[in-house]
Design a protein around this ligand. Structure first.
Ligand SMILES: [Zn+2]
Length: 58
């Protein structure tokens, strides 16, 4: 699933979609040509729910 990013250049702000495999790497904005690092934490999927360690008696 691709990540949606916004170009950090203030007068560009183009929405870019990049594959998750580029996290932490440089990508280039197709509009202004600026290169920037894709943040590794942006739009991360929520972690799976952990099963309760103990079941309470009802
Ligand atoms: Zn741009």
């Amino acid at each position: 699933m691709p990540i949606t990013l916004q170009c950090p250049r203030l007068n560009c702000r183009t929405i870019l979609q990049v594959p998750e495999s580029v996290r932490g790497k440089r990508v280039r904005c197709g509009e202004c040509g600026m290169t920037f690092i894709v943040p590794t934490t942006a739009k991360a999927a929520p972690p799976p729910k952990k099963a309760p360690a103990e079941q309470a008696k009802e």
